[in-house]
Structures are given as structure tokens and as C-alpha cells.
Design a protein around this ligand. Structure first.
Ligand code: SF4
Ligand code: SF4
Length: 430
């Protein structure tokens, strides 16, 4: 999961899609590019849908398999894992580090610690650079960096994100999960007795105690736990899983892995610490019985809602007309009476082309007898660009009584990708 998530995070901004970056959130231009999709602020509904899908997916996965997100995909866990790996490579394993920390400071220790912090800082800065690369084209960012031309905001966000990564993964680590992350607090509401959690098999493990590899635990009246404390040492949140389920447990499974290695060395069966459910532990269920419990009502309801929203979102996206129009009545201009017995209102139309090719649009207006456009009917907008155009609408003076009348602008793409109707009002003076 570390490799997968980091390939995606570090790699995505470098992917190109035609002449542009494949995934780019261009806040300046108010356009989001996601591969072939070009989204405008008016498409905010899709972002809302995505957030709803993410939240429901979190509920579903948590109900089935506990804190999968926390243990395997949360950036806090993933970066802590990477930082720990760097620490392990440079400073050695935990006992070597403890030994070195307890000894007086030496040149070798200083060099190792300096190298570790340098590696952490470089990785953090690269992470900050990548993060900003989702909002500024990363190739431009690279050349701005090379020519020392980064803007103040770009510098701020690169360093802010780098600082957050360095501080959270290098120093705060489990404190984030224990004291700052709200998810740990409400996860219990999503758990039930059939949710997979990392559990210690107390019946099998107790009474715990050290013994030689050759000793027979039944003669010593001992369970399978050799009380080596490795499960506590590897735990990123520093808890002892043998004390039962605790809210600090992020379900990473590190204790289960290390305990299996101990069981292998002792020649005992694996699974003293394992992913299981409270019902399975209490009733001694096997794997097939655990899996049968997955399809329970709560899970089915979450799944049905999730599938419905994903399908609705997919259908809505596929039917989406790939251009948008905003109509703003020109409030500064009064209604003008023209020579030739015509009255005129002026509007500003924003045409947003969400396709990757230039588009030509035909404008028309309806709403009052003999209403017509007095400005060009055809407007071109470049690929993925938006354009404001002033539109003059005229009616004969005797078209209707004074008042405010609803009118409709019809905007049709000549390429045949669709048409849009937008409402506005036409004012006739007293
Ligand atoms: S790693 Fe396994 S054997 Fe060692 S203390 Fe933890 S539960 Fe007991
Ligand atoms: S108790 Fe085990 S699964 Fe839970 S956080 Fe610690 S190491 Fe990970």
C-alpha cells in the first residue's frame, strides 16, 4: 500500500494528457482537469458526489474490515512507515537505536542522525513540491524552481506541506492518531461484533510467560504468548494489543505479522494475534464462518446506497453537456430606447468550453414578441477556455406593457455536442 499510494501521489502530476497535465486543479483559472474531464466551479455537484461516495466507502470498509483506511492508506500512516524505513536503514533496528541513544554522543551518531534528518527533509520537500504540482503545472513549477522564480504562495505551500510531513511523520507519529485525528473517536459507531479487527487470542495466549523453544508449554502451564513484547515494540501507536481492543489501534496488522514470526520460531501455530471478529473469537469460528457474516444487513445497506450513488454520478457525468453558460444582466446599463422604435437590454454571457477542442456557439433569445439579438449570433471559444461576451437584446417599443419579463437564451454548440438554455429577465420601462 505504501508503494501503491506513493506511486499514485508522486507520479500523477507528471502524467500528460495531450498538451496539458492530466490531473491539475487550476485554481487561478477556476478549472479542474482530471484526464479527459474539464470541470468548472459550476460542476461542484460532482465534487460533492465524490465526497459522499468517499464517506460511504469509509463507512462500508470500516463496517467490514475495521480501520483499513487508518492502517493502510492514511497519509499519516504511510509517511510514518516511510520515515521509519529510512530511520531503520540509517540508524539500525530499535535495539541499536536505543543503545546508541543511551551512549554519549559520538561523531558516528551525529553523522547518522544528520543523514537521517537530511533524508527526511529531502523527502518532505519533494512531497511539498509534488503537492503544489497538483495546483500549478509541475513542469512549470520545476522550471520556476530552477530559475528561482517561484511565487510567494508556491514557496509557502511547498514549505508548509514539507514541514507538516516532516513534523507529523518524523516526530508526532502516533500522537496524531491518538489525540488529533477525529476519526479514531467515531470509528466505534461503525464497528459491530462482526467487524474485522486485529485481536489477540487470549484463550490461546494466556497465561503468558517466557520459556525455551524446546519447553512444552502445557507442562509449564503456559499459553502460546512468550511475552517477548515485540508486538508492543512494532506498534506505531505504542499500545499492547493483548489488553484487548483500544481506540488507538489503527488496524495496521504490524503486531500480527511480528507475532507470526515469533510463533514460527517457537514452532507454534500462527495467528495468536490476527485479523478476526469479536464473534469469531468468542465462538471459535473458522475463516469461512467469518466470511459468511460479511453479508449482514448493515453492510448490504451501505453497499446498496454506495452503488446507487456511484451509478447516479456516472450517468450524470456521461449525460453532462460539456459546456456551461452563465448569464448576467448588465446592471450598469439602463434600458435604452433606440432610433427606429426599439428598446434594448444588455447582458453578459460567460461561455465555458469544457472540451479539448475549439467550439463555435450559436446564440438565440426568446421571450417577447419580435425579440431579437443585435449582437453577433456566433461566438467562438478556445479549447478548455471560457469567454465573456456582451449580448444586446432588442424588442419593439410596443412589444408589451412595461414590466419585467422572463426570457431564455438558447446556446447551441455547432459541433453538435449539445445545447443549453439559460433564464434571465428583460425590462420594459414605464
Ligand atoms: S509478539 Fe506474540 S508472543 Fe510476543 S508478546 Fe506479543 S502476543 Fe506474545
Ligand atoms: S495494536 Fe497492532 S494493529 Fe493495532 S496499531 Fe498496534 S501494531 Fe497496528
Amino acid at each position: 500500500m505504501v508503494f501503491l499510494t506513493q506511486w499514485v501521489f508522486y507520479g500523477l502530476p507528471w502524467l500528460q494528457w495531450g498538451q496539458r497535465q492530466a490531473v491539475l486543479f487550476d485554481l487561478d483559472a477556476r478549472r479542474f482537469y482530471i484526464f479527459g474531464l474539464v470541470l468548472y466551479p459550476q460542476d461542484f455537484i460532482y465534487l460533492t458526489g465524490l465526497l459522499v461516495v468517499s464517506a460511504l466507502a469509509l463507512f462500508l470498509f470500516t463496517a467490514v474490515a475495521g480501520r483499513l483506511w487508518c492502517g493502510f492508506a492514511c497519509p499519516q500512516t504511510v509517511y510514518t512507515e516511510i520515515f521509519l524505513w529510512i530511520e531503520h536503514r540509517i540508524e539500525g533496528d530499535r535495539s541499536a537505536r536505543l543503545r546508541r541513544d543511551a551512549a554519549p554522543m559520538s561523531g558516528g551518531t551525529l553523522v547518522r542522525k544528520g543523514a537521517k534528518h537530511l533524508a527526511w527533509l529531502l523527502l518532505s520537500l519533494w512531497t511539498g513540491f509534488t503537492f503544489v504540482g497538483y495546483f500549478t503545472p509541475i513542469l512549470d513549477l520545476g522550471s520556476e524552481f530552477a530559475s528561482s522564480a517561484l511565487s510567494a504562495w508556491e514557496i509557502f505551500w511547498v514549505f508548509f506541506y514539507a514541514f507538516a510531513t516532516y513534523g507529523n511523520a518524523g516526530f508526532l507519529r502516533e500522537q496524531m492518531c491518538k489525540y488529533m485525528c477525529p476519526y479514531a473517536r467515531f470509528q466505534s459507531a461503525m464497528f459491530d461484533n462482526d467487524t474485522l479487527i486485529v485481536s489477540y487470542d487470549e484463550q490461546r495466549g494466556e497465561p503468558r510467560g517466557a520459556r525455551s523453544r524446546k519447553a512444552d508449554p502445557s507442562q509449564l502451564k503456559l499459553g502460546s504468548c512468550v511475552d517477548c513484547s515485540l508486538c508492543v515494540q512494532v506498534c506505531p501507536t505504542g499500545i499492547d494489543i493483548r489488553k484487548g481492543m483500544q481506540y488507538e489501534c489503527i488496524g495496521c496488522g504490524a503486531c500480527a505479522d511480528v507475532c507470526d514470526t515469533v510463533m514460527d520460531k517457537m514452532g507454534y501455530a500462527r495467528g495468536l494475534v490476527k485479523f478476526s471478529t469479536q464473534n469469531a473469537i468468542a465462538n471459535g469460528w473458522n475463516r469461512a464462518q467469518i466470511i459468511r457474516q460479511v453479508l449482514r444487513p448493515r453492510v448490504l445497506v451501505y453497499t446498496a446506497i454506495l452503488i446507487s450513488i456511484v451509478v447516479a454520478l456516472g450517468v450524470s457525468l456521461s449525460l453532462r453537456v460539456p459546456f456551461k453558460v452563465d448569464v448576467v444582466r448588465d446592471r450598469s446599463g439602463v434600458v435604452r430606447e433606440l432610433d427606429g422604435g426599439m428598446l434594448e437590454n444588455v447582458y453578459r454571457l460567460q461561455l465555458m468550453n469544457a472540451t479539448e477542442v475549439n467550439q463555435e456557439f450559436r446564440l438565440a433569445v426568446h421571450g417577447l414578441p419580435a425579440m431579437k439579438l443585435a449582437s453577433p449570433e456566433r461566438v467562438s471559444v478556445g479549447a478548455t477556455q471560457s469567454r465573456w461576451v456582451a449580448v444586446r437584446v432588442q424588442v419593439p417599443v410596443d412589444a408589451s406593457k412595461s414590466g419585467s419579463y422572463p426570457i431564455h437564451f438558447e446556446i447551441e454548440a455547432l459541433s453538435g455536442i449539445g445545447h443549453v438554455t439559460e433564464k434571465s429577465v428583460f425590462l420594459l420601462p414605464r
